[in-house]
Design a protein around this ligand. Structure first.
Ligand SMILES: [Zn+2]
Length: 449
């Protein structure tokens, strides 16, 4: 008869059939590592720094060439997918050499195990044993350690997994800017999808679970809050739909193919795809939660991003390209931000906080820092105002109110990269915050042209 202990052991072993490399990536392995910047479009503080790290690539010439080819393809795929823009990124690569080619497939019978440096596997055997499209690693920090080999300033680490099967994943934690993408089937769709999760508050637009999304006191801790994301909502009243400005008043809501065809029997499939409305299903649930369009790259491969996702991604890239038409306008005249209660509005601060003369020759404060004050006028109604650095770490939180102006002051390291984050308390009826932004550096007003 099996004792409880052996039963537990048997279950544990069944759940984790593949051995892990858990020792830290040490410099002994540098001899087997090729690291290089791949494409630099500007200073790190002014770009999304993406590091491609390979897993499951052996030291064979075939694998070496394959990784190089896939990095090039990945950059093309990403930057050819609207609205991504090449000039908004810097790309790096880290070629790690694993003992074996491929990735683990622990859910297969019998399990397939490969000895790879970053332990990537199809399916999270502990948390999501039913989803073998999720490319997981139990050792995410090894992937970040690998990215550290080429730059500490990464914003997104993409692990390219040497496998032929479809799959990918994005870590939800702000502190683990990690995505995995299989180079197999669907690579060109999975990559821009996973990167979107990291760059903007975008959730899945597909439903897998045939039930109803319900946020209650029991699930609140475990289920994401739709209000934190730009592309899903539980709101059905027109005035409360976050993307209502994009919805034609005539569009039936909830929006269905049947309702659109009832309204216009001649409507084409393409026209249906282009309708922004209130389509049921998203965030993994089929019901009681809504997305903007019938299809979107956040829902299904082979489709472009929907209009709401495009706006969200464009916002994440605003000010990062020299040819960006927004750059031609004074920075503080572009204060229009999509507002949604519970959503974090993250505004990249101008990199010119520390750019070369004439601004660069400003006197600096104690310790070589710049005292930066930012005034928002009129004051947006926010629950939180804070400054975060490129790693998402809070530098300072809380502001002061004078008349109708909200101010926040922080000490900026020259060439540091910072974001202003606002968490709305309430939004104007237009759905947008509109305010002007004034900068003061070491007490002197500064304008960013
Ligand atoms: Zn979308």
């Amino acid at each position: 008869m099996m004792t409880a202990l052996t039963l537990f052991t048997a279950l544990f072993m069944a759940a984790n059939p593949c051995e892990l490399n858990e020792d830290s990536l040490d410099y002994d392995q540098l001899a087997y590592v090729v690291i290089a910047p791949f494409e630099i479009n500007g200073p790190s503080l002014d770009k999304w720094d993406v590091v491609f790290v390979g897993d499951g690539f052996s030291d064979s010439e075939v694998d070496e060439n394959l990784f190089a080819k896939k990095v090039e393809e990945a950059i093309d795929v990403l930057t050819d997918t609207r609205p991504y823009r090449r000039c908004a990124f810097n790309f790096y690569w880290v070629r790690l050499v694993s003992a074996e080619s491929g990735a683990d497939h622990p859910l297969e019978d019998p399990p397939v195990c490969r000895n790879t440096l970053l332990n990537t596997e199809f399916g999270d055997v502990d948390e999501h044993p039913d989803d073998d499209r999720f490319v997981y690693t139990p050792t995410p920090f090894r992937c970040l350690d690998a990215a550290d080999l080429v730059t500490y300033d990464y914003d997104i680490v993409v692990v390219l997994v040497n496998d032929t099967e479809y799959g990918g994943g994005a870590w939800p934690e702000e502190s683990i800017p990690l995505t995995t993408v299989s180079i197999g089937d669907g690579f060109d769709h999975v990559l821009p999808h996973e990167v979107a999760h990291r760059m903007a508050p975008l959730h899945e637009e597909y439903g897998d679970w045939p039930g109803c999304y319900e946020l209650n006191e029991y699930t609140e801790l475990e289920v994401d809050n739709p209000a934190d994301f730009d592309n899903i909502t539980t709101e059905t009243e027109y005035g409360s739909i976050p993307w209502k400005d994009l919805i034609d008043l005539e569009t039936p809501r909830p929006t269905t193919v049947e309702a659109l065809e009832d309204q216009n029997p001649d409507i084409t499939e393409l026209e249906i795809d282009n309708v922004v409305g209130l389509w049921e299903g998203g965030m993994g649930y089929d019901h009681c939660i809504y997305r903007p369009q019938r299809n979107c790259l956040m829902r299904q491969e082979h489709y472009p991003f929907c209009e709401v996702c495009k706006i969200s991604l464009r916002k994440a890239m605003a000010f990062l390209c020299p040819q960006d038409p927004l750059i031609g306008a004074p920075w503080d005249e572009i204060g229009r931000y999509f507002c949604r209660v519970g959503t974090i509005i993250r505004i990249p601060l101008p990199y010119c906080l520390s750019c070369p003369p004439p601004l660069g020759d400003r006197p600096t404060g104690p310790g070589g820092t710049l005292t930066v004050r930012i005034d928002l006028d009129p004051r947006p109604h926010v629950r939180v105002i804070r400054i975060v650095n490129a790693l998402g770490e809070t530098i300072v939180s809380g502001g002061t109110i004078t008349d109708d102006t909200l101010s926040i002051v922080f000490e900026a390291v020259p060439f540091g990269r910072y974001y202003l984050e606002l968490v709305p308390l309430e939004c104007p009826p237009t759905g947008y915050f509109e305010f002007s932004v004034s900068f003061y550096i070491n007490g002197n007003p500064v304008s960013f042209m």
